[in-house]
Design a protein. Structure first.
Length: 118
């Protein structure tokens, strides 16, 4: 199947024996065809490498998202623990304030003990 008559510069024909498409231009020698095949092979390799890199980036992104979720869970757990500890301290301070408020009455009654100031 030859297209040679229409446009000499861009004419192609199919070589069924070698299964490849070659330029029919008279100025194209065998070395140039080999370079073209090498470039095609290199492009295929490059494409495969790019695909691998994109897959790797996809895995990295999944890992980052998983780490982000884990970090959020850890932060929320720590915040909850801090809140509980803070609330416990507030309760202890309130209890201590109540004890301190009782001191003047105990002093007057004579039931005051020095250990209660600690």
């Amino acid at each position: 199947n030859t297209d040679r008559g229409k446009n000499h510069e861009t004419a192609f024909h199919y070589d069924s024996c070698r299964g490849g498409i070659h330029r029919c231009c008279s100025g194209l020698n065998e070395d140039e065809i080999k370079i073209t095949r090498t470039q095609v092979r290199n492009l295929k390799i490059l494409y495969n490498e790019c695909t691998t890199i994109m897959d790797t980036f996809g895995l990295i992104l999944e890992s980052i998202n998983a780490l982000r979720e884990e970090l959020n869970i850890n932060i929320n757990t720590q915040i909850s623990a801090l809140r509980e500890g803070f609330n416990a301290k507030i309760d202890a301070i309130s209890t201590r304030n109540d004890q301190i408020a009782e001191l003047p009455r105990k002093c007057c009654n004579g039931s005051f003990r020095a250990s209660e100031l600690r």
